[in-house]
Design a binder for this molecule. Structure first.
Ligand code: GLA
Length: 728
């Protein structure tokens, strides 16, 4: 087991493959954070808690008042939970307003247990242990004596990876209700502020751009208040040592397994210590916990690397491939698909779709996906969401007829839904105007002409499950694209009492998870692809249900470089949907080379592209199969990042056995041709590798140290090339 308890010191040490995390229970029962970083063999960290003698005007506990100048005030100590209002003056991670009306909160150690495996979280996504028992869990039970809040801190370590998770369980053991006003999943006080903060911001068509800034005194961080994890900020942050980069420096990555309003904060105090916190956004949130009730937070994922961002990302990738993505499709080869959206929009009928499917078959693709526009009277985006009944004017003979024809070609069939949305112009809205999110007396703001279904309601979820089942249960469907095309405004539910309206956003997320859970359980063969105006809800919570997520509606290969590089900070290639489209800026070679970094496919109408383009596509497909495992399950090395170089980008995948490496470089903007050497990474120095294009053989050591000269490869605007190295 990788979790140790040193009884004499009341210290817990949680070891992963490369990191240690150390917690101490102090004499008063406070949970102190002593250390997180590279693996250490011992726990002799006596001075780590008592790190500061200077408390600026802070209060302390009555017992410790006499020691005030020699050590103790909760305001300077490093905690595992930042409690509100009792002498720790920093931003709190836990704030409970009790029946007396005050929000003073103070939890102290009661007991703990250590066991093999990892618990799930009722009603919520969570990472899981695999059969071989590669996880160990520590639960520390604490109690706030005044409120009766029993707060359990749950830590799981992944013994073979440098990764852990952390979440909270709060139980009301008193006989009166109390309000959880802040209940963040994770809190850690680091001893230093000498880090840069990395985050991923964006918007529709420009998701997960890389942002880096030095920590400064005060609060910094990212959040969502949009009802979904959102395009604007991903629920991911990293701290990296100053000057650190892809290969060097300590990198701490934090990701929240949650798809709703989140907050990720780094608060640097007057002592230059940094409190890192992550969890449900406390803005517009409050959860009333009745006597005997329990609340579960989502879990945060922590990854540590002593070797820069690249290594941190590879750990996230392995972790998510092994411990997050589930179901039949987790490790099954994903079908090579064509989706009609960018080709036809909603202007199609069964013949047009069938023609695309016929082309797909001829070209060697494996699945046809019918996107938006197949239901209700939907010819544009002003209507019909919620009326999930096939439009027989477009699909003559019903959906079954089209599916049979596509299946007869030997292709799989996929379908598009946007279950959480409702168009005001729909039969279901006319029948149930209170089923959409709204508040009394205010306009219902629209987004893309649509409102959002009130997923907190069981009747709404039942309706959706049943109407989707009308199609899913009676047809041979292999894939479902689950879209979500606006964010939430006027948040409120017609069924929640006024004092519980602040529970709305979290209940919305729980409702969506419940429907996803029912669909995945009822139709276990379905491959789900998440989507939200492209990659607007690309988070580990969704990945638990949908093994892949459409990365962006921007399919221009050069724009995709930034988007895919950013996404790769914590999400593996096997999860990011990437398609070749007819977008005009680059040729098909570059489109293919970029889209291969993901769950590959095509998104076009073959009738609208040239004969040559069709021939080129046909020739591209073999490579996809050849490199599938290396890309999906291998190690990614970001060799030239778009955030470091505005002109070009380069990346490399190496398979687990180090017998195949795939190097790709793409040029955004031509600069004058100059010497260009690239040193490959992650190869076996002892092995010999054949560059398949030229049949030249090089040692791994040479390729990684001397590197390759690339002066004679295509580096013009929008050009790219891919080189494969096979061990001989
Ligand atoms: C969103 C998705 C697209 C497509 C359209 C359909 O924008 O990201 O891929 O499915 O909706 O309306």
């Amino acid at each position: 087991m990788a979790i140790f308890y040193y009884e004499d010191k009341r210290i817990f040490k949680l070891d992963t493959s490369d990191s240690s995390y150390v917690i101490q229970v102090d004499k008063d029962g406070f949970l102190l954070h002593l250390y997180y970083g590279a693996k250490i063999p011992d726990v002799n960290l006596p001075k780590f808690a008592n790190r500061c003698r200077y408390a600026s005007f802070s209060a302390t506990t009555p017992e410790a008042d006499s020691e005030y100048f020699t050590g103790f005030t909760p305001d300077t100590w490093p905690f595992e939970i930042g409690c509100n209002g009792c002498a720790d003056m920093r931003k709190a991670s836990l704030q409970i307003r009790n029946a007396d009306g005050n929000a003073a909160t103070d939890v102290r150690y009661v007991s703990h247990k250590i066991y093999a495996g990892k618990p799930g979280i009722p009603g919520m996504p969570a990472l899981f242990a695999n059969e071989d028992g590669d996880c160990a869990t520590l639960e520390i039970v604490t109690l706030d004596k005044v409120t009766g809040a029993e707060v359990t801190l749950v830590y799981t370590v992944f013994e073979k990876l440098s990764a852990m998770t952390r979440g909270l369980i709060v139980k009301n053991t008193s006989d009166k209700p109390f309000d959880l006003e802040r209940v963040l999943s994770f809190c850690m006080d680091m001893n230093s502020d000498a880090y840069d903060l990395i985050s991923l911001y964006g918007r529709h068509m420009r998701e997960r751009e890389f942002a880096r800034r030095p920590l400064a005194h005060g609060t910094q961080g990212v959040y969502s208040r949009r009802g979904s994890s959102s395009h604007s900020q991903n629920p991911f942050i990293a701290l990296i040592s100053k000057g650190g980069n892809e290969e060097y420096g300590e990198a701490f990555g934090f990701n929240l397994v949650y798809s709703g309003n989140f907050s990720a904060i780094v608060d640097v105090d007057y002592n230059n210590s940094s409190r890192v916190m992550m969890g449900i956004n406390p803005d517009d949130f409050c959860w009333t916990l009745g006597a005997g009730e329990t609340f579960y937070t989502p879990e945060a994922v922590l990854v540590y690397s002593a070797n820069g961002l690249g290594d941190m990302s590879r750990t996230f990738h392995r972790l998510y491939n092994r411990h997050l993505v589930r179901g039949e499709w987790a490790h099954k080869k994903r079908p090579l698909l064509v989706n009609n959206w960018e080709g036809t929009g909603m202007d199609f009928d069964d013949e047009k779709l069938y023609a695309i499917a016929e082309w797909a078959k001829e070209t060697g693709l494996e699945m046809f996906v019918m996107d938006d526009g197949w239901f209700g009277k939907r010819d544009d985006d002003t209507n019909s969401l919620g009326d999930w009944v096939v439009n027989e004017k477009k699909l003559k003979g019903g959906i079954g007829a089209l599916i049979s024809r596509v299946k007869a070609l030997g292709l799989k069939f996929g379908i598009w839904y946007e279950p959480e949305m409702i168009s005001p112009d729909s039969d279901i809205y006319r029948a149930h105007p209170d089923w959409c999110i709204h508040v009394p007396g205010r306009d219902r703001s629209l987004g893309r002409h649509q409102c959002v279904m009130d997923m907190t309601r069981a009747d709404v979820r039942d309706y959706l499950f049943n109407i989707m089942s009308e199609v899913l249960a009676h047809n041979d469907i292999d894939y479902l694209k689950w879209d979500f095309n606006r964010n939430i405004s006027e948040a409120g539910s017609a069924l929640l009492p006024p004092e519980r309206q602040k529970e709305f956003y979290h209940r919305y997320v729980l409702g969506t998870y419940e429907l996803l859970d029912r669909i995945t359980k009822a139709y276990p063969h379905l491959l789900l692809e998440g989507c939200s105006g492209g990659g607007g809800r690309f988070d580990p919570g969704m990945l638990y249900y949908t093994p892949q997520i459409w990365c962006s509606d921007n399919t221009d290969a050069l724009s995709r470089l930034d988007i895919q590089f950013g996404t790769s900070l914590c999400y593996p290639a096997s999860t990011q949907g990437a398609h070749v489209s007819a977008s005009p800026r680059t040729g098909y070679e570059t489109k293919r080379n970029v889209a291969m970094w993901g769950t590959f496919g095509y998104e076009l109408d073959p009738a609208k592209i040239s004969e040559e383009a069709r021939a080129e596509i046909k020739a591209q497909i073999a490579d996809y199969h050849k490199y599938y495992d290396t890309i999906h399950y291998g190690d990614l090395y970001r060799l030239i990042c778009p955030w470091d170089d505005p002109y070009k980008a380069a990346w490399e995948f190496v398979n687990e056995e180090k017998t195949q490496a795939l190097f790709t470089m793409a040029t955004k903007l031509y600069t004058e041709r100059r010497n260009l050497f690239i040193r490959l990474k992650g190869l076996d120095p002892e092995k010999q590798y054949r560059l398949t294009k030229t049949n030249e053989v090089f040692s791994g050591a040479l390729l990684m140290n001397a590197g390759l000269s690339l002066w004679d490869y295509p580096i013009g605007d929008g050009e790219s090339f891919m080189l494969c190295f096979e061990a001989v």
